[in-house]
Design a protein around this ligand. Structure first.
Ligand SMILES: *Cc1c(COP(=O)(O)O)cnc(C)c1O
Length: 379
């Protein structure tokens, strides 16, 4: 099956009891045992739930992995994945990434003896420089958040595999419709399903997708022991979102292209960061590992003093956190998604007071431009 079909039918066709075409929501915490020592395969929903299992299989298929694990949020997925490592291990992490991941690693796991090297992974020489004998993994976001830098997935995979470690890719920004890191050599793919996968700003979810038999048992145990597994109704909402992932991503990508071009021509805008521009410094790399540019566009305004007014004036576009859904959202990374990152590190990555990040939705692009146009006009 091809991805578009998998997103609709992977892991479930119909309910044998009733013929239900929509995967049933098994809103049950516990399951009756037929007899002592017997199980239906379902005992307790923290361990396994039938609705969640459908979603886990569907996304594993979509990311071309053997296994899928669904968590109550993207952060829950990342936190469970870290349980594969030991205190004393080092992980090289993209410096320009989701602020919540920085907070989790630096604020919590570093206290328990893990070390993290914050590296511009789009520059391969920096990875070689930061590698040390304790390095057990490279964790990347590509394109990065919010500066849209592209990291070479194949090259990172070869490098870390030669040294006995794993490559982890947070694929939230492009989704399996536009990029499949496991095919390029990554060992683990992470998703915040809250974003493109569920896609309607109505649920949180998170995923680990992979094909590592040995890690699977340990990850299942971490999911069950920590208890951040995805709830049945949230699993169903994510399944529903997945059905239109390909359509939504294609429309958002087309809209983003129009808006990125318009922003670039606007006199109040200093610079636009969008991986679909042929003069993006890593355009060729991007084309070699993904099938589209997606809906995320970041840009610098010339005058940072103008930003407060813009955020107040946008009306169709919501000034809100998050990304990847049907509705267009604008965020001010410096105070929202990236507030947990220390100032020096933020500024080095380019996240300054001029930067806005737009998650382009599936509205009419002309309406979105009209909204930006009135928000940019001063007075
Ligand atoms: C939102 C996000 C996360 C965290 O996911 P939640 O579902 O909010 O916990 C992780 N990585 C990226 C790239 C994100 O955008």
């Amino acid at each position: 099956m091809k991805t578009e079909t998998i997103l609709l039918h992977g892991g479930y066709s119909f309910d044998p009891l009733t013929g239900a075409v929509s995967a049933p929501i098994y809103q049950s915490a516990t399951f009756r045992h037929p007899a002592l020592g017997e199980s239906t395969g379902y005992d307790y929903s923290r361990a396994v739930n039938p609705t969640r299992s459908v979603l886990e299989q569907r996304l594993a298929l979509a990311e071309h992995g053997k296994y899928g694990l669904a968590f109550s949020s993207g952060m829950g997925a990342i936190s469970s994945l870290i349980k594969l490592f030991q205190p004393g291990d080092n992980i090289i992490v993209s410096a320009d990434l989701y602020g919540g991941t920085y907070r989790l690693f630096n604020g919590y796991y570093s206290k328990y003896g893990f070390s993290f090297s914050w590296t511009d992974t789009s520059d391969f020489e920096r990875i070689e420089k930061d590698f040390c004998p304790q390095t057990k993994a490279i964790f990347i976001e590509t394109p990065s958040n919010p500066m849209m830098k592209v990291t070479d997935i194949r090259r990172c995979a070869n490098f870390i595999h030669e040294r006995g470690g794993f490559l982890i890719v947070d694929n939230t920004f492009l989704s399996p419709w536009l990029q499949n890191p496991l095919d390029l050599g990554a060992d683990f793919v992470i998703h915040s399903g809250t974003k493109y996968l569920a896609g309607h700003h109505d649920t949180l979810s998170g995923f680990i997708l992979h094909s590592n038999d040995e890690a699977e048992a340990r990850l299942r145990d971490a999911q069950m022991s920590e208890g951040a597994a995805l709830a049945p109704f949230d699993a169903w909402l994510t399944l529903r979102g997945l059905k239109t992932l390909a359509l939504r991503m294609d429309k958002a990508s087309r809209n983003a292209e129009v808006i990125a071009g318009w922003l670039r021509r606007h006199p109040a805008v200093e610079k636009v960061f969008w991986i679909g521009f042929p003069d993006h410094p890593q355009y060729e790399l991007s084309c070699s590992q993904s099938r589209g540019a997606g809906g995320m566009v970041s840009f610098y305004m010339k005058d940072p003093g103008h930003i407060r007014e813009i955020l107040k004036k946008v009306s169709l576009i919501m000034f809100a956190e998050s990304l990847g859904g049907t509705d267009s959202l604008i965020t001010y990374p410096i105070i929202q998604t990236h507030s947990a990152i220390p100032e020096a590190m933020r500024l080095a990555a380019g996240v300054n007071d001029k930067l806005l990040r737009l998650s382009v939705g599936i509205e009419d692009p002309g309406d979105l431009i009209a909204d930006l146009d009135q928000a940019f006009s001063q007075g």
